[in-house]
Design a protein around this ligand. Structure first.
Ligand code: GDP
Ligand code: GDP
Length: 441
């Protein structure tokens, strides 16, 4: 089973969104994703066109308050719908012409990171319809497509256009992919709870708190682009500083427990502070536990920057957290949402690599190539190290056993060289890689 692509429908009320959606979906029943205690319920309707199945989500009608601003709730709602959509259909009313609300939505839509199509509804007659549609060129959103939700005219062309945005069937993720456990780790005040809010803000439905292993550890389940994530011990994140210990107190044991339970750790660092010993300690534990990780430099908005800042910052970090050289570094702002969405992509990559299995044949190809370029050191007695073969013995993290004549003949430099070769040839971005050097006995 593959995850279905999602198409979001937006537009102000009464333009005919539900009529259009009904046409796409036929009489199939809607799936209601309603989570208790939350008003973000959305309706996902299974639809198909030509050989493709997909889900249509109606954002429920975008409305404005008197200042022509989105009401925050609805704006949030629409953002979340778009975040997981492969394409959006913006519906306007051809009989009414352009309204101020259409312009507002159009301006907003243009800033979103999703392909969109402008459907001019209520264009029943083909001649009149073309004229009605043409006026919407003025919105600057590309070609207006005349359609009629009631008659069905033009909807085929519209769906053909939408389908062109779908990834090939084979590229769709499997629906039954398991949940990913994510720990948000960092010192007090680096912005963990802000990041938590930003991440849940761009995700679907959610917020079903699940109790974690300890009494007061609360996990939060969220879904983004069809992948489900469990954010570990969000109670620990939200818990405000314990006053009796002063502002600097934080429970490192709580952080360690969260690391232990996760697949991937987001190590959050404050861009305004340089990296501290506490950060290093957390990084060290992530590496020791063999967890996938992403280093998140938060508050990037608050830093005075020029064109070289990011490179210098990254170099400084790489130098200090050298033992996490395999980790991706993201520069984000939890405050304004900058690059927050890319965190999900990085998590996906890191977890995929963390769970990866490589065949023995491929591993031995890499070893042979590496040894051919740079042979193992020879001792003063003239004895040379030899690698007979290697094989992956486990994953999470990927662990490769290397069978050698004598592990003592391989110094750190050579071991690092082999590690680098595996990474260069095979990737493993975002995950530690364990090499076990095993002698003949
Ligand atoms: P929504 O609020 O955007 O979901 O709009 P609805 O689908 O509820 O439609 C609003 C009104 O427009 C209803 O009275 C529909 O009958 C009417 N309507 C919807 N599609 C068409 C159409 O293609 N042509 C005409 N003439 N009216 C339509
Ligand atoms: P936590 O203790 O790690 O959960 O940190 P908080 O999320 O409570 O944030 C601590 C402070 O940093 C708050 O005053 C936030 O408003 C601020 N903050 C968090 N993220 C950002 C950001 O991306 N940019 C800026 N400028 N401030 C931020």
């Amino acid at each position: 089973m593959k995850k279905l692509p999602i198409v979001a429908i937006i537009g102000r009320p009464n333009v005919g969104k539900s009529t259009l959606v009904n046409r796409f979906t036929g009489s199939r029943t809607a799936i209601v994703h309603d989570e208790p205690g939350i008003t973000r319920d959305r309706l996902y309707q299974p639809s198909f066109w030509r050989d493709r199945d997909f889900l249509v989500v109606d954002t429920g009608g975008i409305v404005f308050d008197d200042d022509s601003e989105f009401l925050p709730e609805i704006r949030q709602q629409a953002m979340m719908a778009l975040a997981e959509a492969v394409a959006a259909i913006f519906v306007v009313d051809g009989q009414e012409g352009i309204t101020a609300a259409d312009e507002e939505i159009g301006n907003w839509l243009r800033q979103q990171n999703v392909p969109y199509f402008l459907a001019v509804n209520k264009c029943e007659s083909s001649e009149q319809g073309l004229i009605q549609a043409a006026q919407f060129w003025e919105l600057g959103l590309g070609e207006p497509l005349p359609v009629s939700g009631i008659h069905g005219s033009g909807t085929g062309d519209l769906l053909d256009a939408v389908l062109s945005c779908f990834p090939p069937l084979d590229d769709l993720p499997d629906a039954d992919e398991t949940e990913i456990n994510v720990a948000i780790i960092g010192r007090p005040n680096v912005g963990k709870s802000s990041l938590l809010n930003a991440l849940t803000g761009v995700s679907r439905s959610i917020v079903s708190p699940i109790s974690g292993t300890t009494r007061d550890a609360i996990d939060l389940q969220i879904e983004h682009q069809g992948q489900s994530y469990r954010l570990i011990d969000t109670a620990g994140i939200r818990k405000k500083k314990n006053i009796s210990y002063g502002a600097e107190f934080f429970s490192i044991n709580r952080a360690f427990k969260a690391i232990r339970r996760c697949d991937v750790s987001l190590l959050v660092i404050d861009a305004l502070d340089s990296i501290t010993d506490q950060d290093m300690k957390l990084a060290g534990r992530i590496e020791e536990e063999g967890k996938a990780a992403i280093i998140i430099v938060n508050k990037w908005d608050a830093l005075e920057k020029d064109s070289t800042t990011i490179y210098k910052y990254e170099k400084m970090l790489r130098d200090r957290v050298y033992f996490m050289y395999w980790s991706e570094i993201l520069f984000v702002s939890a405050l304004n949402g900058q690059r927050v969405k890319t965190i999900f992509d990085s998590i996906q990559t890191a977890v995929k690599e963390h769970r990866r299995r490589v065949s023995t044949a491929v591993i031995n190809e890499v070893i042979q190539e590496a040894v051919a370029w740079y042979s193992p050191p020879t001792s003063r007695q003239g004895k040379q190290g030899r690698i007979y073969y290697g094989t992956q013995v486990s994953s999470q993290p990927p662990t490769i056993a290397l069978f050698v004549n004598d592990p003592k003949r391989f110094n750190d430099t050579y071991r690092r060289y082999i590690d680098r070769q595996f990474r260069e040839q095979l990737g493993f971005q975002g995950t530690p890689l364990r090499l076990i050097w095993r002698g003949k006995r």
